[in-house]
Ligand binder design. Structure first.
Ligand code: NDP
Length: 282
């Protein structure tokens, strides 16, 4: 108990010493948010809008994007443009970055957030789905990051990668999804080192989220687990602050940080807890 209490105090101390967020720094900022038609991405678009940013949003459904962009303008965005794109396509990730660079005249923030739909079920050997999901959730991220890097370098900008606790701690029922998030953490973790060693102007923030109450997540887990879900709007704000204050990592909610450590320090207990936090009868 004493050990656990000390770990909690240490993590809270890290949280309290985080840099201060200046909302004014986002006024006029040029931002591209992916996966912004629903969920956390949509909430991020609204927050950036309230801060007076210039936003480009993307996802596949054009009509929904149009509605989100209109709401962004009504909330105070200096600009709110949208472009429909499928991140499974070879060319769409580049097309989206080119669109944002052209319309905004450069980028200060690239927020990579989209995910393709994936079943919440035991792995039954669907290799094709996993390959497709890798394209959407991983390869498109690195393609867009590379395309935007020169502009971010010029603007001393930030690359924000929305990842998951499941990118640090494997869980049942989401093997393809977990793999894509582990790939993101590995790739962008390596890139963080390389940019620091090159004394690059660009920072990368990797965001580790626990369960968030978006429609798509709730649909999958309702009745299956009693793990608490945290509000999408708060998750979105925390992601934005992490990027704006150029922090390398976010753990939201904060105890996800403790869970990632406990997995390495107390593997048997953690495995027991994970396997017993779902209603499953073989
Ligand atoms: P949602 O499922 O609510 O939203 C996903 C977004 O991605 C939508 O805008 C969707 O729009 C878009 N999208 C889906 N497929 C494609 C595609 N092929 N090409 C382009 N865009 C696509 O996700 P959440 O808001 O729940 O999650 C957002 C981020 O947060 C993700 O990175 C997720 O991994 C992470 N996260 C979420 C958690 C949660 O519990 N919700 C927990 C941990 C991490 P459209 O259908 O119009 O294309």
């Amino acid at each position: 108990k004493i050990l656990l209490a000390s770990i909690c105090v240490a993590f809270l101390a890290v949280k309290w010493t985080a840099p201060t967020f200046d909302a004014e720094s986002l006024r006029g900022a040029r931002v591209l948010v992916t996966g912004a038609s629903t969920g956390i991405g949509e909430q991020m678009a609204y927050h950036y809008a309230r801060f007076g940013a210039q936003i480009v949003i993307t996802a596949r459904r054009e009509k929904v994007l149009q509605q989100v962009a209109e709401k962004c303008l009504s909330l105070g965005a200096q600009k709110a443009l949208y472009i429909a794109a499928d991140m499974a396509s070879e060319s769409d990730p580049d097309k989206v970055v080119d669109f944002a660079l052209e319309k905004l005249g450069g980028l200060d923030y690239l927020v990579l957030n989209h995910i393709g739909p994936s079943p919440f079920s035991m792995w039954e050997g669907d290799v094709e789905h996993t390959k497709w999901l890798m394209k959407v959730n991983f390869f498109s991220y690195i393609q867009m990051a590379w395309k935007a890097l020169a502009s971010l370098e010029q603007s001393k900008g930030s690359l924000v990668v929305v990842s998951s606790l499941l990118g640090k701690m494997p869980s049942p029922f989401v093997a393809p999804y977990t793999s894509t998030k582990f790939a993101l953490n590995g790739f962008f973790g390596a890139l963080q080192h390389e940019l620091a060693m090159k004394k690059s102007n660009v920072t990368i923030s990797i965001c580790t989220l626990g369960l968030i109450d978006t429609e798509s997540a709730m649909e999958k887990v309702s009745g299956v687990t009693s793990v608490p879900a945290y509000p999408a709007t708060d998750a979105a704000l925390n992601i934005i602050i992490t990027g704006a204050t150029r922090q390398l990592e976010l753990f939201y909610p904060w105890f996800t940080h403790i869970l990632t450590v406990s997995k390495d320090w107390f593997p048997s207990i953690t495995n027991y807890v994970i396997q017993n936090s779902y209603n499953y009868n073989p």
